[in-house]
Design a protein around this ligand. Structure first.
Ligand SMILES: Cc1ncc(C[n+]2csc(CCOP(=O)(O)OP(=O)(O)O)c2C)c(N)n1
Ligand SMILES: C=C(O[C@H]1C=C[C@H](C(=O)CCC(=O)O)[C@@H](C(=O)O)[C@@H]1O)C(=O)O
Ligand SMILES: [Mg+2]
Length: 526
């Protein structure tokens, strides 16, 4: 089979599993596939994106897959290019995202020789993505069947690499399994129960909490942080007598944000009902009384006294937190989180960076209205700070009905994916507001053990990592509009007046008082 035939067969197999977007990083050995994908894009069958940095290309594909909910391919040449896909492949494996990592390779006969740009590409993603090492026959159907996570397709291309004609792919709609709503299992009333919703769980936890009259402890990217049962300050209330009285937790997905939730799930004497998480390694790191894969429903409660107690305590603590934050001079990270949360309209999309931004949102954001069809997402599979801007650009491009798209990150996270903003003039570009909470370093570490005074001498060097970068000058070089704000009113103004296209709103905040402020807010539980 020629390289061209292999490439074209691959494109048709990808289209056959529902692929609508592909991302290519330029290279020679992947030329057969790059050209076949370009032909398919020219024929209007797929949308093709190009990025020069393979790591950012893979996170762009991850974002596209997260919102379009169909497999997305990212394609590289051979050699070090291939392993630049690994961070996104790992995130896809732990989050259960159908990312197809396609690496071009030399023919197997050249492996182990001095042939140029030739290395061992089989198994480069280890257990995160099995390799299908394909030389001829299109065994791709097996590789691409029922993707619930990433897969690695390694294509051995032999010369001649270039086609002599133009390719118009056959388009066949993927066979879709008939959608069916699984029967829900009904949980009885009885123990004092709370419902925990981790990342990407959908509305199930909200419906269960409402049905059972139970407090809902939903992370911002759960898809369940809306409706009347949401407890905004749950991570602090878990440290009070209310938290001590919990007898049962119904946990959905993978909660990753706070140690109080982890401690609750591991607490002796607490019954844990688990709705199994998606992605790999879904076994929970604590004892589970009972685990299901089906939806959960609840027996109706006799009264809502337990829920009412939580809602009253939440209102009271939230008011005290808001009062303390308002009293703090200058723009605080907590106010940035509130304004970002407010800026997401119905049908809006928000991508949240790891570290403090998602935790500030978790503490400060109230419940959204049910039916607003907002999508709040993050790379919580492994909570990496890499590729967040690219994920956001891909997520926005993969969700064309989005009314407004924002991505909210810290400064180190922003800088970590700067190449995600290197986008060719002919590329699709979304309307996307990038909000950077800039405290000149990694402030989360200040809130952890290493933020204690005894580590002050070494802290800035290995944790704080101040960089002093002029984000405005960077954006200027990238030809991206940039607005630096230093107070809440200016931040509100900037968010209320989107520029169109990709824009950066840099909110300058302090880092030196982060540990103290965090401790003060935690102490408000009294
Ligand atoms: C790829 C990757 N590298 C390093 C880390 C460790 N890490 C977690 S948070 C963080 C600092 C993030 O700083 P910033 O984005 O400015 O957010 P802030 O903590 O200041 O809110 C780092 C380095 C990580 N999670 N992922
Ligand atoms: C900084 C990294 O990730 C750490 C960030 C916070 C986690 C944490 O302990 C939050 C505490 C809380 O808000 O309750 C920490 C953890 O889970 O132990 C993460 O490792 C990092 O290096 O990745
Ligand atoms: Mg920072």
């Amino acid at each position: 089979m020629t390289a061209t035939d292999l490439a074209r067969g691959c494109v048709e197999a990808l289209i056959g599993v529902g692929l609508r977007h592909a991302v290519v990083a330029p290279g020679s050995r992947n030329a057969p596939l790059s050209i076949a994908l370009a032909d398919a894009a020219e024929a209007g069958v797929i949308t093709l994106h190009t990025r020069i940095d393979e790591r950012t290309a893979a996170f762009l594909a991850l974002g596209l897959a997260k919102t379009s909910r169909v497999p997305v391919a990212v394609v590289t040449t051979s050699g070090t290019a291939a392993v630049n896909l690994h961070p996104a492949v790992l995130e896809a494996a732990h989050a259960g995202i159908p990312l197809i990592a396609i690496t071009a390779d030399r023919p197997a006969r050249l492996r182990g020789t001095l042939a140029n740009q030739t290395t061992d590409q089989v198994g480069i993603f280890a257990s995160a993505a099995p390799t299908y090492d394909i030389v001829g026959e299109i065994e791709l159907a097996d590789a691409l069947a029922d993707l619930d996570g990433p897969v690695h397709v390694n294509l051995q291309f032999d010369e001649p690499l270039l086609p002599t004609d133009v390719f118009v792919p056959a388009t066949r709609q993927p066979e879709r399994a008939p959608w069916h709503q699984e029967e829900a299992e009904v949980l009885k009333q009885g123990p004092r129960t709370v419902v925990v919703a981790g990342d990407d769980t959908g509305p199930g936890p909200r419906l269960l909490a409402q049905g059972g009259g139970w407090p809902l402890l939903a992370e911002p990217t759960s898809g369940a942080r809306n409706g009347p049962n949401v407890i905004r300050t749950y991570r602090l209330l878990l440290g009070t007598g209310l938290g001590d009285r919990i007898e049962r937790v119904v946990v959905h997905g993978s909660p990753t944000l706070s140690r109080p939730v982890q401690r609750l799930l591991a607490r002796e004497g607490v019954e844990v009902v688990s709705r199994r998480a998606q992605g790999r390694w879904a076994d929970r790191p604590h004892p589970v009384s009972y685990e299901v894969t089906c939806p959960l429903a609840a027996e109706a409660p006799a009264d809502t006294a337990w829920l009412d107690e939580w809602l009253a305590a939440d209102r009271d603590l939230a008011a005290r937190i808001d009062e303390r934050v308002a009293a703090e001079p200058g723009l605080t990270p907590y106010e940035v989180a509130v304004e970002v949360h407010r800026a997401v309209p119905d049908e809006g999309l928000l991508v949240v960076g790891a570290s403090n931004p998602i935790r500030d949102l978790d503490l400060m954001a109230g419940s959204y209205n049910v039916g607003g069809r907002r999508l709040i997402i993050a790379n919580r599979g492994l909570a990496g700070i890499d590729g967040t801007l690219s994920t956001a650009i891909g997520a926005t491009l993969g969700r064309p009905h989005t009314s407004r798209a924002l991505v909210y990150v810290g400064d180190v996270t922003f800088l970590h994916d700067l190449t995600g903003l290197v986008i060719g003039g002919a590329e699709q570009r979304p309307d996307l507001t990038i909000v950077v909470a800039n405290d000149d370093g990694g402030s989360i570490f200040a809130t952890l053990e290493q933020g204690a005074p005894e580590y002050a001498g070494r802290f800035e060097k290995v944790f704080g990592t101040p960089h002093g970068t002029d984000l405005g000058a960077l954006c200027n070089g990238l030809r991206i509009p940039h607005w630096r704000v230093r107070d809440r009113a200016e931040l509100e103004l900037a968010l209320a007046n989107p520029n169109g296209g990709i824009e950066v709103v840099e909110a300058v905040i302090r880092r030196d008082n982060r540990r103290a402020l965090d401790a003060e807010l935690r102490a408000l539980i009294g």
